[in-house]
Ligand binder design. Structure first.
Ligand code: TRP
Length: 335
C-alpha cells in the first residue's frame, strides 16, 4: 500500500439489484477514486441480515453485487472489493464498539425510526445496532473519507462520535473519518414521482430503471416518465422536477451541461427527449451488462478476485482489531 494515499471506504448493501440511481449516484463515481485514494468497497451482507432474507436469493444477490462492482469498472487489482461477512473483524469490532455506544444515541437515528416503522413485525436488535456495525466497517480500515449519500450522513456522524469517545479513553486508535467531499454523485429521482428518490422499492415498477434492465425495458420506462404539461426542455427543479431529473441523468452520462441540453432539444417535444435519454442510458449500461454476464459465468476469475481481496481486507482490518483488543485489555492470543 502506498503510504501517502489517504484511505477511502464505502459499500452497498447486498440486498437489492441496483438501480440507475445507485449507479449514477455512487458506483460510477467510485471507479476513478483509486487514483487518489487507497479504496475499500465492501459488499455489506451482514447489514442485509437486519431484514429477513431468502437464503438462496440473498446469496445470489450478494454475488451479483460483487460482479456488478467489477463490471461497472471497479478494478479488483486497484481497489479492495470484498465481502463484509468474510472478514470476521467486522463482527468482532462491532461487539466491542457496542459497548462504547449509548442506547440514546442509537434511538435518535432517523433510519432506525424509519426502518422500524416499515418493518414493525421485526424490530430486531441488529436494526438498532446497525450504525455500530457501519462504524466498525469504516474504523477498521482507518478510513479518512467515506462517500455516502445524505441518508447515511447521520451514521457517519455517530461513527465519528464513537471513534472520538474511544480515542479519548485509549489514545489515538482510530482515524476520525470525514464525509468524502469530492464530486457529488447525482441524486436521481423516481421516473414516476420525481419528488422521491429512485428506489427499487418504488410501488410503481416504472419508477426505477434497474442496472440490469434490457434496452426495451429501459426505453419503455423513459417513455413513460412523468414530466409536465409544458413542452420545453428546461432545467427547473422546482417547477419541472420530472424534466429536470431526466436532464440530470442525461447530463451525468454525456457530460453535457444543462444549457447544451436545452439547446439540443429546443423546438423538439418531450417524446424525442425521453427517447434520447432512454437510448443514452441503454448505451451506457450495455457494456456493463455484458461484462457482468461474463464475470458471473467465469467462476474461477471471480473466486480468485474474492480470495485475494478478502485476504487483503483481513490483513488491514486485523491490524486495527488487534490494537483495539489490546487497548481495552483483552488478553493476548497464544498462537
Ligand atoms: N448503510 C449503507 C447503506 O445502506 C451501507 C454501508 C454499510 C456503508 N457500511 C458502510 C456505507 C460503511 C459506507 C461505509 O447505504
Amino acid at each position: 500500500m502506498e503510504k501517502e494515499k489517504k484511505i477511502l471506504y464505502s459499500g452497498m448493501q447486498a440486498t437489492n439489484t441496483l438501480t440507475l440511481g445507485n449507479y449514477l449516484g455512487a458506483l460510477k463515481n467510485w471507479v476513478s477514486l483509486h487514483e487518489e485514494y487507497e479504496c475499500f468497497f465492501g459488499v455489506m451482507d451482514l447489514h442485509s441480515l437486519t431484514v429477513r432474507q431468502d437464503p438462496p436469493e440473498f446469496r445470489k444477490n450478494a454475488m451479483s453485487l460483487y460482479a456488478l462492482y467489477i463490471a461497472a469498472g471497479l478494478d479488483p487489482e486497484k481497489n479492495c472489493l470484498y465481502f463484509q461477512s468474510h472478514v470476521s473483524a467486522h463482527a468482532e469490532l462491532s461487539w466491542i464498539l457496542n459497548c462504547f455506544t449509548y442506547m440514546g444515541e442509537l434511538a435518535r437515528m432517523t433510519q432506525f425510526k424509519d426502518k422500524s416503522a416499515k418493518h414493525a413485525d421485526n424490530v430486531n436488535a441488529g436494526l438498532f445496532t446497525y450504525p455500530v456495525l457501519m462504524a466498525s466497517d469504516i474504523l477498521l480500515y482507518q478510513a479518512d473519507v467515506v462517500p455516502v449519500g445524505v441518508d447515511q450522513k447521520q451514521h457517519l456522524e455517530i461513527t465519528r462520535d464513537i471513534a472520538e469517545r474511544f480515542n479519548s479513553i485509549y489514545g489515538e486508535v482510530f482515524t476520525i473519518p470525514d464525509v468524502y467531499l469530492g464530486k457529488a454523485g447525482a441524486k436521481i429521482m423516481s421516473l414516476q414521482d420525481p419528488e422521491k428518490k429512485m428506489s427499487k422499492s418504488d410501488e410503481n415498477p416504472n419508477g426505477a430503471v434497474m442496472l440490469l434492465d434490457d434496452k426495451d425495458t429501459i426505453i419503455r420506462k423513459f417513455k413513460r416518465a412523468v414530466t409536465d404539461s409544458d413542452t420545453v426542455v428546461r432545467y427547473d427543479k422546482e417547477n419541472k422536477p420530472g424534466v429536470s431529473n431526466l436532464m440530470e441523468i442525461y447530463s451525468t452520462i454525456t457530460g453535457k451541461s444543462y444549457a447544451d441540453i436545452e439547446s439540443e432539444f429546443s423546438g423538439k417535444g418531450y417524446g424525442d427527449f425521453k427517447l434520447a435519454v432512454g437510448e443514452t442510458v441503454a448505451e451506457e449500461l450495455a457494456p456493463i451488462q455484458k461484462r457482468y454476464n461474463e464475470y458471473l459465468s467465469d467462476k474461477e476469475y471471480l473466486n480468485n478476485c474474492i480470495k485475494n481481496n478478502d485476504d487483503k481486507a483481513r490483513y488491514f482490518s486485523n491490524k486495527t482489531l488487534r490494537k483495539v483488543k489490546k487497548k481495552v485489555g483483552l488478553t493476548e492470543e497464544i498462537r
